[in-house]
Design a protein around this ligand. Structure first.
Ligand code: UDP
Length: 340
């Protein structure tokens, strides 16, 4: 299949490109390189069999999209390109609505014009806000508590409404909105890794401390209503996450409108993650206990049973040590990340 991966040079998108290439697909990776890494594309090229084309550009550029979708005969889109920091979304909400919502609209319009009938969307558990039930099933009411979650929820709504309209006129458009929990780890062959600038995610932040690149790790809040007082999250390995995308893409039938949670179905506290990093790396580092980070719900973990039931997907890499170990291996071979 000819697949367009937006955000293909980012952390999750690059893992999607890698997997699609491995599975024999032809991949066009579109990324504006604002936060993505051209080096990730170069790392994938040798094993791509000439089936990878990288296009530097923005999903808000309609003329570019028209040209890429048609010239590459794109049959399916995996849409990852987005800004993805909750805190930043509170500081710059309009940038999030511009990039994540308005540009996604441009992408969906371009897909409609080019006759692309399959669309897999990178959504988020942040669309649920602070849900009253745990674990979280897909039927949970979506009430985001920050612009990031809202910017993604708007895209889900656009996809639903567009799919409904297409079905009504007999030109079915199929999509899946995949609501990620906390994505972690990296490609176990060591080609790809996680490199964010700035880095704010818990596991890479702790790994940087273990490497001595940071003086300390700050635990955001120790007075949450959880067993050890720190926040609990569901960490899913990026390879498993992408495996779910591939399965979903393969299962999409004309007109499908699917939503799935992607998580392992159990949570770990911040303190448990810190202990696990100490164990995996054998390094010690300073931990500082700070106040809560605004907008962080105490506990979030998925009920991933719907995708298991419907598509047989379940996370294969559930051992925290394995998840962290894969990230640590790349950190060690790339001590300063991509390109440095
Ligand atoms: N966290 C922390 N210190 C850090 C970064 C994160 O205590 O330096 C906590 C954060 O409050 C949250 C969890 O770790 O409870 C996961 O945060 P992350 O930013 O990785 O992902 P999020 O859950 O915000 O998507």
């Amino acid at each position: 299949m000819n697949v367009l991966v937006t955000g293909g040079a980012g952390y999750i998108g690059s893992h999607a490109v890698q997997r699609l290439l491995r599975d024999g697909h032809t991949v066009t990776s579109l990324d504006n390189l604002y936060r993505g890494h051209a080096e990730a594309m170069e790392a994938l090229r040798p094993a791509s069999g000439g089936r990878l084309e990288f296009v530097k550009g923005d999903i808000g550029d309609r003329a570019l999209l028209d040209s890429v979708l048609r010239s590459r005969s794109v049959e399916a889109v995996m849409h990852f390109a987005a800004l993805a920091y909750v805190g930043e979304s509170v500081q710059q909400p309009l940038a999030y609505y511009r990039n994540n919502t308005a540009s996604a609209l441009t992408l969906i319009e371009a897909c409609a014009a080019a006759g692309v009938e399959k669309f897999v969307f990178s959504s988020t558990c942040a669309t649920y806000g602070e849900p009253p039930v745990m674990p979280i099933p897909e039927t949970t009411e979506q009430r985001p508590i920050n612009p990031y979650g809202m910017s993604k929820l708007h895209v889900e709504h656009m996809l639903f409404d567009h799919a409904k309209e297409r079905a009504a006129v007999g030109k079915p458009f199929a999509f899946a909105a995949l609501r990620y929990f906390n994505v972690a780890g990296s490609d176990r062959t060591g080609v790809l890794g996680e490199h964010h600038e700035p880095e704010t995610h818990l596991i890479p932040v702790i790994l940087q401390a273990a490497q001595g690149r940071r003086e300390s790790v700050t635990v955001f809040g120790t007075d949450y209503p959880t067993p050890d007082g720190t926040c609990i999250r569901d960490y899913v390995h990026v390879e498993d996450l992408i495996d779910a995308h591939v399965r979903v893409l393969g299962a999409l039938r004309p007109g499908d409108q699917r939503t799935y949670n992607l998580g392992i179905g159990r949570g770990y506290s911040v303190k448990e993650i810190i202990d696990a990093v100490r164990r995996v790396t054998g390094k010690d580092f300073k931990v500082v206990y700070g106040p809560r980070r605004p907008g962080d719900p105490p506990t979030l973990f998925a009920d991933p049973s719907k995708i298991r039931r419907e598509l047989g997907w379940t996370a294969a890499i559930t051992d925290l040590g394995d998840i962290i170990g894969s990230a640590w291996a790349w950190f060690q071979s790339h001590p300063r990340g991509y390109g440095v």
